[in-house]
Design a protein around this ligand. Structure first.
Ligand SMILES: O=C(O)C(=O)Cc1ccc(O)cc1
Ligand SMILES: [Fe+2]
Length: 367
């Protein structure tokens, strides 16, 4: 038995200042503000800004209340960070009850949320790491922009002023663990949510001269949710997963990858908006172009200009790029990914991706 999941619904971040965190994603990443809740809507403790790009919804929340110790403890330890990876489900109550019987910790019992746009049912359980939550969202033909109780927001002038990306949906969400942390977390998703192992690779495959990591990708039955669960390996240098864990006060969500139909358009828009990216090693394009030969038809000049990487196999290929961290701490970042009959995560690029990441780590004095 597993929970029927329809996709990622949204990702929520807890921050010290939701107004400014949301503004960064609006200005730099080209998201549009869609909904707000705060003092003006009767929310006396929390302020939330909801932003959307295509099928991707991010929520930024802060608190007005000095006594919300759960909230303050979380941001004190993790900084601005992902708190909730919400799944859209066919039946919220059924999903919730299934997980609770399987041993999930309850955060919020199922509740019916209603306003003039219709009805949504939500419930929340705790994930097995980092104080993260999973909220189940059942939308019953809800026509509002986000959830009942939120005031709808209108276009931001910055959106039209610069080129806009248009992402399809969240492709995957990477969950960083501490040393040897993967197995326990993967078993939880197997037993509680009925997820299965989709792909795995260890540090014999994923390593550079200095660092390594291992990953197990888990997926729901429909394979609409994919979450690589990663852990650091010991090496000559500090694994980027270890750096993350040290700066985020433990395990947490390292990156969210956004699925693109046109990564050239979307990354061009991101660059024009001033989002910055991990640098690709200088010899990458010459080498990769030679190896790929005529198997894949892409505009290499544009890929090189934008710093987009390519991975391929007999059946297809994918294009991907990693942003730099989007807050002060070297923790959370974004990825853009375009898939052509290729369901991987860029294993062929890991070495090049990680050499770029290590350069940034070395600049921070953390390699
Ligand atoms: O596996 C993925 O989803 C990637 O995008 C590649 C990757 C894996 C682990 C990292 O620490 C950073 C990037
Ligand atoms: Fe990724």
């Amino acid at each position: 038995m597993s929970v029927e999941i329809l996709g990622f619904d949204h990702v929520s971040f807890w921050t010290r200042n939701a107004t400014q965190a949301a503004s960064y994603f609006i200005c730099r990443a080209g998201f549009s503000p869609i909904a707000y809740s705060g003092l003006e809507t009767g929310s006396r403790k929390y302020c939330s800004y909801v932003v959307q790009n295509g099928g991707v919804i991010f929520v930024f929340t802060s608190t007005f209340d000095a006594h919300e110790t759960n909230f303050h403890n979380f941001v004190q330890s993790h900084g601005d960070a992902v708190k909730d990876v919400a799944f859209r489900v066919a039946d919220c109550k059924k999903a919730f009850e299934h997980c609770v019987i399987q041993g999930a910790k309850i955060i919020k019992e199922p509740q019916i949320l209603q306003d003039e746009y219709g009805l949504v049912i939500t419930a929340t359980i705790e994930a097995p790491f980092g104080g993260i939550w999973h909220t189940f969202v059942e939308r019953r033909q809800y026509t509002g922009k986000f959830l009942p109780g939120f005031k709808q927001l209108h276009e931001d002038p910055y959106i039209q002023a610069l080129p806009q990306p248009n992402f399809v949906r969240i492709d995957h969400c990477v969950c960083n663990q501490g040393e040897n942390g993967v197995e326990k977390v993967v078993s939880w998703y197997e037993s509680v949510l009925g997820f299965h192992r989709f792909w795995a690779a260890d540090d014999r495959v994923i390593h550079t001269e200095y660092t390594g990591l291992s990953t197990v990708v888990i997926a729901d039955a429909n394979e609409v949710i994919k979450m690589p669960i990663t852990q650091p390996s010991k090496g000559k240098g500090k694994s980027q997963v270890q750096e993350f864990v040290e700066y985020s006060g433990g395990p947490g969500i390292q990156h969210v990858a956004l699925l693109s139909k046109d990564i050239i358009r979307d990354v061009s828009a991101w660059r024009k908006r001033g989002l910055t990216f991990i640098e690709t090693p200088t010899n990458y394009y010459k080498q990769t172009k030679e190896k790929v030969g005529s198997k894949v038809k892409v505009d290499w000049t544009l890929l090189e200009r934008l710093g987009i990487l390519l991975d391929w196999n007999e059946e297809g290929y994918l294009l991907q790029i990693l942003s730099n961290p989007v807050q002060d701490r070297p923790t959370f970042f974004l990825e853009a990914i375009e898939r052509h009959n290729h369901e991987g995560f860029g294993a062929g690029n890991f070495r090049n991706l990680f050499e770029g990441v290590e350069k940034a780590q070395a600049n921070r004095g953390n390699l």
